[in-house]
Design a protein around this ligand. Sequence first.
Ligand SMILES: NC(=O)c1ccc[n+]([C@@H]2O[C@H](COP(=O)([O-])OP(=O)(O)OC[C@H]3O[C@@H](n4cnc5c(N)ncnc54)[C@H](OP(=O)(O)O)[C@@H]3O)[C@@H](O)[C@H]2O)c1
Length: 311
Amino acid sequence: MVKAWFYKEYGSVDVLQFGEIPTPSAGPGQVLVKVRAAALNPVDFKIRQYGVLRSADAPFPVVPGCDLAGVVVEVGDGVSKFKKGDEVYGDIQDFTAGNPKQVGTLAEFTVAEEHLLALKPTNLSFEEAASLPLALLTALQSFDTVGFQKGQSVFIVGGAGGVGSLAIQLAKHVFEASRIVSTCSTGKVEFVKNLGADLVVDYTKQSYEQVDEKFDFVFDTIGESFNSHVVVKEEGKIVDIASFPPHQKAVNVLVKPQGSNLERLGKYIESGKLKPVIDPKSPYAFSDVVEAFKHQESERARGKIVISHIE
Ligand SMILES: NC(=O)c1ccc[n+]([C@@H]2O[C@H](COP(=O)([O-])OP(=O)(O)OC[C@H]3O[C@@H](n4cnc5c(N)ncnc54)[C@H](OP(=O)(O)O)[C@@H]3O)[C@@H](O)[C@H]2O)c1
């Protein structure tokens, strides 16, 4: 048996229980990972609250969590990419492939398909590595979806959040945007500027209509494309990752995790150009997962919420 957080019904943080589940084992193409750190994402509480992305007959208990960094302790048949002892990281939940896994990353051990993982960058701690996959891959996929080109401009709605804080860095260092403008509330303006935004719009003081520029790409991480679309150029593109359906000019992106895309960003991570952004209240101890969820659900996190695991 392994220690894990799980729930047996949908609901508030009150449904979260700490206990033991049977030790998962690696099937063909999978590895068993000893989880050393995990990160939370809003989807973790949306699944727990409402069962989003799960079919009506999907089984309980559910161990939440998509992001992990850890150590491979067992490899299944046909695994060629990793061996025992490898330090890996990734988003283990591919929502585009059907129901999320029943056992996520808030467990001592969990199982993942090898193609979802990459070797952990050696310059990152387990906590730092765990903070990256889902949010970073969402941003990367969004820029790829619109075919973002070097020298184009981008307006990032929600620059202080888990996705936004990485999207700004991605725009600057990987896609070499000519101009990056982003939004947040008053207390986070300096923080967002320091991530690489050329200009920060304090949304408590300025509306989209008051922004006097137009952009090649609007990346809306808050789900406000019905308002934010006014800052896109006539021929520009909008990705909205948080409203369904989005404004008619916008497209949704649902993250499809891939270890190969983490590897693609490896040189930027290892050179320190792309930096993990860890919320000041993190890392949470594994025993404090309920507190971590409450903070995630406040929707005020500054960067990513991470959880250290049992040693
Ligand atoms: N489609 C996908 O595949 C996908 C993938 C990842 C995430 N998402 C969704 O994208 C959303 C963002 O995810 P996340 O991980 O970045 O969330 P998050 O880390 O919880 O975002 C928190 C941040 O949102 C900012 N914020 C809240 N309201 C805002 C507003 N009106 N304008 C600007 N900033 C605002 C807050 O900054 P202030 O305190 O300054 O307001 C806070 O720093 C969630 O709804 C999530 O479910 C979708």
